[in-house]
Design a protein around this ligand. Structure first.
Ligand code: ASP
Length: 346
């Protein structure tokens, strides 16, 4: 239940939304993560419907998100989880760089979405494609829309983990940056709805995905994330690529396969020996859209997760399987991975 004694929490991670261009006329030349979240909030007009609610901010990081680390994901996940369980918090906005926002989106969805639903709160990820001092900067509008989505009783929209860019909203798990410069890059190919004119069919898909999702997975503590790498299958692939990885001690491998998750045949033998050594293998697709076929030789299908999202999901699944006390039941990594990857085909 919403009360004016509650506040909205805004967590700053840096990114282009907090970026500064040396010369605003040349917005491509800028440094990400230079402006504090407090200053970004001071520069925007707040939705009149949110008057009476305090907006508090916390700077978790000031990075270019290409440098996102697992430790920072842990810190962000803990901060979001704490806020979801704090009755003084109405909801949470996270400002983030767009380069790796899809990793953070699937992470927060996997570790916090049930908590958000149970507590009746929304978490909204947003960012920008233009630095804060560029002409026509998109950050202020994105931040305003995210605050609106967190703080209002939006008709029939359930609580959960969302993302907003360029006037559109999607589930955070559906983020995937698909363009280098377009303002809607992080959700241009994702299932989404206009923020201010909600599409009922999107809303029913959101409900169906939420109904199909199970308990939140544990957040790996700092320095305890399993080591998982991504390799892309391509013309002229060499077996040495996989053989070298095998000797490094990795715990998991995501293959960005061709087409429906295909792998160059010269990789089949080294992948099989990796699997028999206990390395978890997941097959995603390098195409950028669609599902991966489940019936291939090596590894488990990533469903429709992109390789970077499949990597986070595999890390969380490996950690959950190795820490049964923190999870509901003692299950294999494949079970935890399927909980994240296989919800609904859409
Ligand atoms: N390199 C920037 C970042 O991810 C890009 C952005 O935010 O749009 O932090």
């Amino acid at each position: 239940m919403k009360s004016s004694a509650q506040h909205i929490l805004v967590l700053g991670m840096g990114g282009t939304i907090a970026g500064l261009a040396r010369d605003p006329r040349h917005p491509g030349m800028y440094e990400a993560g230079r402006v504090s979240i407090e200053s970004l909030l001071a520069g925007i007009q707040i939705d009149p419907a949110l008057e009476g609610f305090e907006i508090q901010s916390q700077q978790i990081a000031s990075i270019d998100s290409r440098d996102l680390s697992e430790d920072l994901l842990t810190q962000l996940g803990m901060a979001v989880k704490e806020a979801l369980h704090d009755s003084a918090v109405l909801g949470v906005v996270v400002t983030h760089g767009t380069d790796t926002i899809e990793e953070t989106g699937i992470f927060l969805d996997a570790v916090c979405s049930k908590a958000a639903q149970n507590q009746g709160k929304r978490v909204v990820l947003t960012g920008a494609m233009l630095p804060s001092n560029a002409m026509g900067a998109d950050g202020p509008l994105n931040l305003q829309a995210a605050l609106h989505w967190v703080g209002n009783d939006i008709s029939n929209c359930p609580p959960g983990i969302f993302a907003i860019f360029a006037g559109r909203v999607c589930l955070a798990r559906d983020l995937a940056k698909r363009h280098t410069t377009e303002l809607n890059a992080p959700l241009r190919d994702s299932l989404s709805s206009p923020v201010h004119l909600i599409n009922p069919s999107w809303l029913s898909t959101v409900r169906a995905i939420q109904a199909a999702s199970s308990a939140d997975l544990p957040i790996p503590p700092e320095k305890e994330w399993p080591w998982v790498e991504i390799v892309m299958s391509h013309a002229g692939a060499r077996p040495e690529t996989i053989e070298r990885l095998a000797s490094q001690g990795i715990q998991g491998l995501v293959i960005a396969g061709t087409g429906m998750g295909g792998v160059h045949s010269v990789w089949q033998a080294p992948l099989q020996s990796l699997e028999s050594d206990g390395v978890a293998i997941v097959r995603a697709s390098r195409t950028g859209a669609g599902n991966v076929s489940p019936d291939r030789l090596n590894g488990v299908s990533a469903g429709d997760l992109t390789p970077p999202k499949a990597r986070i999901a595999l890390q969380l699944a490996l950690y959950a399987a190795a820490h049964p006390a923190e999870s509901a039941k003692s299950l294999g990594w494949q079970d935890f991975f399927a909980r994240i990857a296989v919800l609904l085909e859409h």
